[in-house]
Design a protein around this ligand. Sequence first.
Ligand code: ZN
Length: 140
Amino acid sequence: MTTYSGEITLETKGEPQIIDITSEVEGHVESSGIKSGLITVFVTGSTGAITTLEYEPGLLKDLPAAFERFAPREAVYEHHLRWQDGNGHSHVRAAIIGPSLTIPIIKRRLPLGTWQQIVFLELDVRPRQRKLIVQVIGEK
Ligand code: ZN
């Protein structure tokens, strides 16, 4: 078994920002040389999240609208009352989506659907410099 490590760095603008990272992730699959295995992408930090989405203009509005329904910006957050940092909703949204994604590698490729892109979600209230950790394990 072989392992490979990499990084994806992003300069974000603050919420709500949805960034398509599919080509960067596929680039790491290629660089790893792994034919069969798993790739994990993980964000360091608790106000960013990673998932998959059909990256089209409708959903780029629908997903932030759903965030506003289940964790509204204007609600009262104990986190904010404690730290005064204004991002209680960011933490709640990020916790529900999750900080990582694992995808199988089959014959050197990711078996993504045609309309399934890998996305990083910037959920914090301010621009951030994000570091995503990429780890690949498998057989060459
Ligand atoms: Zn906070």
